[in-house]
Design a protein around this ligand. Sequence first.
Ligand code: UGA
Length: 458
Amino acid sequence: MKIAIIGTGYVGLTTAVVLSYLHHDVAAVDKDESKLALLHAGKSPIHEPGIQNLLEDVWHTIRFTPSVAEVVPDAELILIAVGTPPKKNGEADTRHVEQAAREVAQVCLPNKHYTLVVKSTVPIGTNQRVAEVVENVFSERGIRGNVSVASNPEFLQEGLALQGAFYPDRIVVGANSEAAIDTLRRLYKPILEQTFDPPSEFPRPPSYHLPPMMTTDPNSAEMIKYAANTFLALKISFINEIAGLCEAVDADVTEVARGIGLDARIGHRFLRAGLGWGGSCYPKDTAALLGVAAQSGYEMPITEAARAINFRQRERIVEKLRDVLHTLEGKTVGILGLAFKPNTDDIREAPALDIIRELLAEGAIVRAHDPIAIANARQALREKVNTNNGLHFTEDVYELPYDADALVLVTEWDLYHRLELRRLAKQMKTPNLIDGRNVYLPEEARAAGFHYIGVGRT
Ligand code: UGA
């Protein structure tokens, strides 16, 4: 199938590469010249495990271009995967989505049928607006167009994007037109029937079952995306709330999570207590959902509480540091991990940034390490980098503890699971370890010489 994808961010590029691997004829459009330069040189502009190799595999068939006009007229299906950044009030800004729809409609051929798919995460009602935008452009052009708009929310997780694209739990399609549903069913046929040869890096999990393609109306599809992210976000906030109480009553949240997770209705996943959620999705999408609710005059206290608990986790880690160090002024704190989660260089809404800002504000000296996100963190904290000589980044994790008063594990990179704890503890002025992700066994850390403090653990 001939496909045009607008936007080559995490969602757009992953989708482009995977659909190309599934033998679709894919052209991806992006206006960002620096991204295009990288893509034209065969380099992925995003850090995502496996994407570089897969991009090289499909290199001879996939196309990247800045021009909507070059690729849309010929396409059967057009996928919009542009950003919907938050506005000041938290609502999602759909300007780029509507602009993309306008540009597409300007070059659609009269009478040819197209399926226009919105993959970006958008507030409820956006698909309807996109259909109106398209119709308005057709009437401006004085032509009769034939475009079916469909919502097809994306559920990929950064760091696991390709695994999720090849082996999704489900595919959701919201459309009023049978033609659009049929096109999407043909698009995803190799995934729905698992008829493709798995790439060597992404073998089919033995327990994987064929995914259902659920069809519904566009508004419900848009709501499914927000409700899914909000539910996962509140599951994490719930266990973090329990973690706080565990600390107060001398219980261990990792044991509690194990115990409740064994109930199949609850399940083990997304019950890791710690520094909570960051990234471009949960913070933005929970805020956007509250924005949608506010517009409807509807209150969502559970979602509001989930957000408050999440951001309180960051403050609680700094409180723990204050407790053990008595004052942060002049103390040296090593930060293990800057990315919002492992296997990505994404630092958007990362807990590390808030923690570092607070430590610097209180006069601490901060030394930070991350396997790949230092450049992005340096950029995000540039005002501090330029004005505060207490902030240092290091690429050698064993430089972190030197003369430090405390280490804080913020991101649970694999590398940190394998650290020589004894060696770290020995170099420190006072060997305090605040484990913000409960990565270490308390007894192991203590045996290595650390004063160990986790989240929700005795
Ligand atoms: C999330 C969803 O998982 C995807 O399904 C969705 O498509 C995506 O948002 C999106 O809307 O684009 P992502 O933000 O990439 O994906 O990452 P997650 O793996 O869900 O983790 C989010 C945050 O929750 C991370 O900061 C992680 O450290 C934290 N987390 C996760 C916990 O604190 N505890 C857990 O048990 C699980």
